[in-house]
Write a protein that binds this ligand. Sequence first.
Ligand code: GRG
Length: 301
Amino acid sequence: MTVALHELRAAIDDELEGWLSETLRGAGPIADPIRYAVLAKGKRIRPLLFVGAWEAAGAAAGQGAGNGAGALHRVALGPELVHTYSLIHDDLPCMDDDDLRRGRPTVHVRYGERAAVMTGAALLPLAIRAVAEGAAGLKLPDPVAGRLIGVLTAAAGGDGMVGGQLLDLLAEKKHVGFETLERIHLGKTARLIAACCTMGGVAARASDETVGRLTRFGIAIGLAFQTVDDILDVTGSSTRMGKVGGRDEALGKATTPSVLGLEGARARAEEFGREALGEISPLPGADRLREIGRLVLDRDR
Ligand code: GRG
């Protein structure tokens, strides 16, 4: 039986809470800022995409259901932990210098800069551990577990999220064209989002054809996600978003509205959305993934 999206999100939150309590036992003072950052109210889009992609790949009836659901959700923690690390580092004074995140003071404001750097660093190995443990729980063969970790780490690294973030910083206060902007968005945001979708297909042992569709869906929905994020930074409510709006303009960031205007950005987000949904239209189990895709496009936080 498939559960509603809010129930799935609650199950992922439960897994996060339970797994961190168990894993951080004996970790000492780093446990507090880790829990503070991870258990704050994130939307959990990335773990939801992982589970949605796994269902779309046709695995819902078999592996991972019942007793295996915990293991599936544990794999889903991997991308969420990488993402949370990126938010902590992105908020640092030497990066975007933000004070508010997920409706609370940022980790460096609450615990100090040194603790924030170390909290982010601690989340990366935790992410790999979650994927490895989840894959073992799902009884996936070692090469499949290795592939899951490979997809996640490639997306997080120098030609993915970290590389995209550097391009983003280098583009500050410069005039950039749409192609450069798309490279930045692909690296800093879409690669990790796409990795969640690829990982769902890989964990479900889907065909290359299906995994390819899920990856292309993930890239397009990831580009839509960042475009909507740029729009919300201009039009959104800081209270609703849990972070301060208007920061992109203050920092002189290259964004879709700054390059294409607000209307152009909205049209671009819809175009990416259509492209994404088209990729998964032949997959019979893709209802959940479509629902998450629409959530990405229609979100207000
Ligand atoms: C400092 C070594 C080092 C690396 C930096 C900071 C970083 C790596 C990458 C930053 C990538 C980044 C923050 C991209 C923005 C992606 C984005 C729009 C995040 C917001 O995601 P949501 O809305 O957040 O899903 P919640 O809080 O809901 O989880």
